[in-house]
Structures are given as structure tokens and as C-alpha cells.
Write a protein that binds this ligand. Sequence first.
Ligand code: FAD
Length: 388
Amino acid sequence: MNHVVVVGAGLAGVRSAEALRARGFQGNITLIGEESHRPYDRPPLSKAVLLGEADSSRWESDLDAMNVRHRAGVAAKGLREGTVETTEGEILYDGLVIATGATPIRLRGEGDQQVLRTIDDALRLRSRFGPGVRLVVVGAGWIGAEVATAARRAGCEVTVVEAGQAPLSVALGAEAGAHTAPWYAAAGIDLVLGERVASVDPGGVTLASGRTLHADVVVTGVGVRPAVGWLAGSGLTIEDGVVTDEHLATSLPGVVAVGDCAAWWSRRFQARLRVEHWDSALNAPEVAAATLLGEDAVYDPVPYFWSEQFGRMVQYAGYHVGARLVRRGDPERDPKWALCWLTGDDRLAALLTVDRPRDLVQGRRIVESGQRLDVDRITDPSITLRDC
Ligand code: FAD
């Protein structure tokens, strides 16, 4: 293999280039990305950058020293076997890594709506924060909660509108997410639940119920879609992302996919997973690089995600679909608590922890090991999780 092209210069893309070099690949690597910036990290955008504690979040990787040719401001437009069509002409490849991430969903309407995906988005949004600024955040998901946290800290008057019956209901289910609802009121944020935004209009949003909320700034945080439009007609199998096997190989030879755009087969959970998690963008490229180089590697993690909201560290590990919920501690009374999802035979499928990092680390290992737990002991937060 002489030339690997990596499309997408986000975390998964740059980590793919690093992993190829770390495995001894000495051929050419071209990293193309439509953003004009050097690769940077996204989690700080909704935390340190929005909070005004940092102005950038550059990923410290010396692409020149690794002999990686980074073509910034170049977008892939199409793919046919052995050729990536870009805005700057065609690039031939022997191996291809697809790492184009995801794009925020926007709502209908003529009003100005901000999204938060890029460093430019974060700096623009931050510049609009200030005391008394009326901010409507659409969506009480992970991003919405972090934006609300930072905006409130900057003195904005914040309203968060969520179509579900609780914050985080898409990610965690309404029963679990409801435990975070009191955090909004405590932070002085107006949380509107069970209301859908019909349109973003000049000066605010109109809800499906007909109610109008006035706003100086509207932030849309209702999720993302995998950025795979450029792959139409390529012959790749696409179903909510680029479909891969457990080796991260796609349906085309010599093509792998990683990060937010990849939907891989999880041997552990016997399901196709596509997660929008930093941990996956960080680690999946090791397996993708090995696969490209003909090694036998399998990507089979227990997915992990964290969020920093309202002064709390919220962490999640596992895959909870179909599992039952057990509380560990009392979210109404204890500042630190956890939720555990258990399978029918009392194995830990997933857990969510609030300021309980030790539970998270132990719980992730327990999910990995598949060991059974004593449900009565789990509910007692004074018992170490690994002793349950
Ligand atoms: P991306 O980072 O999206 O990179 C993809 C790159 O490809 C982009 O630069 C894009 O411009 C480029 N691209 C797209 N299409 C093309 C094309 N056709 N041609 C060329 N280039 C293209 N995860 C956590 O676990 N915890 C957190 O606290 C957390 N916070 C986050 C906060 C924010 C504000 C955001 C946006 C994400 C956060 N995440 C968090 C998620 C995490 O950052 C992502 O999972 C991770 O960045 C995905 O990396 P990626 O490389 O797959 O995609």
C-alpha cells in the first residue's frame, strides 16, 4: 500500500494518521478536511471555550513530523473505486479512511439559529453571550445542557425547550433523564418540556402549540446526522452512517470508517452501533489502521461518554437498550448518585454516574467482564460497585 487518504481532519481522522504511522506504515498519507483549521478537539468547545477559559482546543499532533500531508479547506465530493473526488480535483488512493464525522441538524424557519460543532461556531456563540441576553436553547440533550450551563454562567436569561418529557430523554430515556431536570431550575433556567419547536423565526421561536418564545439568540441542539452525503453513488453500504464490520472495514475493499460517521458491528452487544463519542474517535482508529494494513483487529469497546453540566461530571458507559433501570443513591437527595441498567439476568449493561468517577471506572470494567451483580447491593452507594 503506497498511499492512504484520510477524509475528515477531526479527531478520528488525525488519530487514523497517527495510528498508521505508529504501526510502521511508511507510504504517503494525505489528510483532507473541509475546515480551514489545524485539527482540534471538540469537547472543549462547549466547555472551556464557551466558558471563556480557552480560545482554542488544538489537537497536539505534529503532522509535519509524521510526514502527513494535511490539505485544509478541501472537501471530498464523491468516491469511486480508488479515487476521491474533491473540491481541488481527484486524489488516488490504495487505502481510504472515512472520518467525516457528523453535521448538526437545523430546524425550519427564517430566523438566525446557531449550532455548535466547530471552533468558529463556539467563538461566534460565545461573543453573543452576556448579562440579560435572552437565549433559547432547542434540545435538552448533552450539547443543550452544556450550552445552557455556559450561557447562564455568562448571565444570559436561558430557556431550554425539549420535545421529550425529560432532559436527555433521547440518549437515556425519560425515566433516567428526569433526574437531571431539577438542575435546570437550580441554575435559574426555564426548562420547557414536551414542547416541539415548529420554527425558528426572527426574534425567537414558535412552538408547535402556537406559543412564542422571544430570544436574542437561538441555539439549535437537536442532534446530528452522519456526514456521508458525499458518498452517495459510491457503492458503500450506508445506513445511519457508513456500515462497517467489527474490523471497521466497509463494504468496499481497502476502505475503513471511524468516528461519528461509522456504524460498526459490535460483537459484545450483538448490535450495530454508531456513537458520537470522543472515546470512539480516539480509539477506533487503532483498529481501522490495523485493518487497512492487513492485521486482524477487532473494535469491541464498551462505549464511554462524559458531559460537564451545571457543575457536575456526568459519565456514561455501556449500551442500555432493553435493560432495566436501578438507582444507586437517591438523585433527589444525594449530590452524587448513579443509575445502573441491568439485563434480565442481572448483568450490568450500562451505567450513568454523577460525580462518582470510581463507579464509572469500575462499572465499565464490570460491563466488559459480563459478571452478574447483586441488585440489592447495587442500590446501596456505600458498597463499592466492584463488590456488588
Ligand atoms: P468530527 O470531529 O466531526 O470531524 C470530522 C471532520 O470531517 C470535520 O472537521 C468536518 O469538517 C470534516 N468533513 C466532513 N465532511 C467532509 C468532507 N466531505 N470532506 C472533507 N472533510 C469533511 N464527546 C464526549 O464523549 N464527551 C464530550 O464531552 C463531548 N463534547 C462535545 C462537545 C461538542 C461541542 C461537540 C461538537 C462534540 C462533543 N463530543 C463529546 C463528541 C466528540 O467530540 C465527537 O464524537 C468527535 O469529535 C467525533 O470525531 P470525528 O473525527 O468522528 O468527527
